[in-house]
Design a protein around this ligand. Structure first.
Ligand code: SIN
Ligand code: FE
Length: 348
């Protein structure tokens, strides 16, 4: 067995141990816990420096304080995953049963269903008017509940959050036959070709509504990855285009119909593909496996936490764009990490 496979196996074993530790230290269970240091020591000999998640067990909309909300933003922005054992927003057994009854073999469902809250539009679900209306209503309700929850959990973001798409993922992820750049079983950081963020961050809320675990792998977080690979992946060349992109942005903002993508967005899109194409990185990087149990919910900045989903079926997800001015720790955001490395402004 090669050393990478050994590390991956250790990663799996250690992550299982850490989860047990979290569960067994009940006196701490009602606190927002950061076991980062413990895990760094535990894992020092395996060189991994990631932590599986921070479990939150005491959240309720009534008792949440500004201090706790800010601490959650801080942890998320530091590329940690916040974990809830059950959905922390209203989600009925009826809705779960409805989603689980959708069979991926059904011709109406051959890919993910998406819902756009800003325009109230459902995509990716065929079928007659009645069944489309039911899916639309159920997705709208899910999205509304998650938005309400996130605004309450992360109050520093509440007034500035941009609602992106929600999705229902009914397809088994293991063995999906997708083109390379669309494969989600390869490690990557997220970037959306049609929705540039200009340095805003991509926050996603997942709920595993299946009866089996959803299995992810992660590796070192964005700052370490960028430090190691950004130059090789073409950051200097893309940073050099920042000037004319700035001019285009100004023209675009006064109504000239030209494409408007910042150097930051260009690099993040390129890096997404570059990581997936890089078989050496995919096979040799340190990996940690995370098994998200049935009915767990997790929040994660997927532009800062490289991830791949190895298996799992039936998940719901809502995405938000958190603009730069809402971040509580902008100095560690991917745009700032890249600007530091490039010595240039990447979204003027
Ligand atoms: C992704 O790569 O963004 C998808 C992760 C998942 O569906 O669990
Ligand atoms: Fe992704």
């Amino acid at each position: 067995m090669d050393s990478c496979a050994t590390i991956a196996r250790y990663g799996h074993r250690l992550s299982a141990t850490a989860c047990l530790d979290l569960d067994s230290r009940e006196p701490m269970a009602d606190k927002l816990r950061d076991d980062y240091n413990t895990r760094r020591v535990t894992m020092a000999t395996q060189t991994a420096s990631v932590t599986p998640w921070i479990q939150i067990s005491d959240y309720s909309p009534e008792n949440w304080t500004a201090e706790r909300a800010r601490a959650c933003c801080d942890r998320l922005e530091s590329n940690q995953i916040l974990f809830f054992a059950r959905p922390p927003f209203p989600f009925s057994g009826t809705d779960r049963a409805y989603f689980l009854a959708q069979k991926s073999s059904d011709s109406r469902l051959h890919k993910n269903v998406s819902y756009r809250p800003a325009s109230d539009v459902l995509r990716g679900f065929g079928g007659d008017d009645r069944s489309s209306r039911l899916m639309h209503d159920t997705m709208r309700n899910y999205s509304l509940q998650v938005v309400g929850f996130v605004k309450n959990l992360l109050t520093p973001y509440a007034s500035k959050l941009q609602l992106d798409y929600a999705s229902f993922r009914p397809i088994e992820e293991e063995g999906r036959d997708l083109p390379l750049h669309k494969r989600n079983d390869l490690l990557h950081v997220d970037a959306f070709p049609s929705r540039p963020t200009r340095g805003g961050r991509i926050l996603r809320v997942f709920t595993n509504i299946s009866e089996k675990a959803r299995v992810w792998i992660t590796t070192d977080r964005f700052p370490a990855l960028a430090e190691r690979f950004a130059r090789e992946a073409g950051l200097p060349k893309i940073a050099a285009t920042s000037g004319w992109r700035g001019v285009r942005h100004l023209l675009h903002s006064v109504g000239v119909p030209i494409p408007d993508r910042s150097a930051y967005d260009e690099f993040m899109l390129y890096f997404h593909d570059w990581l997936k194409e890089n078989s050496r990185f995919q096979s040799e990087c340190v990996k940690e496996q995370i098994d998200f149990p049935p009915m767990s919910t997790w929040l994660v900045y997927t532009d800062g936490v490289p991830h791949a989903v190895l298996s799992g079926q039936y998940a719901l997800e809502q995405t938000f764009i958190v603009p730069r001015e809402a971040l509580v720790k902008p100095q560690v955001s991917p745009i700032r990490v890249l600007e530091e490395l490039a010595g240039a402004v990447l979204a003027g």
